[in-house]
Design a protein around this ligand. Structure first.
Ligand code: ATP
Length: 140
């Protein structure tokens, strides 16, 4: 089995999509290994998204991700990383509404930035992201 890290971003939480998203997760055969609701601090987002720190959209991304509470989950299943990325659809929620109308981002995202959910994009980033929010020693 594989694990992946999911974040329901501030727009997903404030738009009351967490129940729908949790239902999709369970109906798709994932188990929820851990969950945590947090209002992320600026430095947490800056560290989590360090790979994007030089991009023009970074300040706006930090503002968005700190704008309200997020729901962080560790999901487990065979092929969890790729299957979750398929379920959420493309990064740009505006495009997702056209090309992947049944995806999670089509359901609750708005545009390229406000796209409602995150999913780890590789085994390497899943390991990093899970230990980022659930450090060694945390019981999962
Ligand atoms: P995530 O890592 O959140 O699952 P992703 O892998 O689909 O998303 P990345 O390219 O890693 O997308 O970008 C991280 C996040 O930064 C995106 O989910 C989105 O919220 C925001 N973002 C990405 N590109 C842009 C952009 N050009 N303009 C504004 N925001 C952006």
């Amino acid at each position: 089995n594989e694990r992946t890290l999911v974040i329901v971003k501030p727009d997903g939480v404030s738009g009351n999509y967490t129940t729908s998203i949790r239902n999709i997760i369970l109906q798709s055969g994932f188990t929820i290994q851990a969950q945590l609701t947090l209002h992320l601090a600026q430095h947490t987002v800056t560290t989590f998204y360090a790979e994007h720190s030089t991009k023009a959209f970074f300040p706006s991304l930090v503002k968005y991700m700190t704008s309200g509470p997020v729901l962080i989950m560790v999901l487990e299943k065979v092929n969890a990383i790729a299957d979750w990325r398929t379920l959420i659809g493309p990064t740009d929620a505006r495009k997702a509404k056209i090309t992947h109308p049944h995806s999670i981002r089509a359901m609750c995202g708005e545009d390229l930035q406000r796209n409602c959910v995150h999913g780890s994009d590789s085994l390497h980033s899943a390991a990093r992201e899970i230990s980022f929010f659930f450090p060694e020693g945390t019981t999962l």
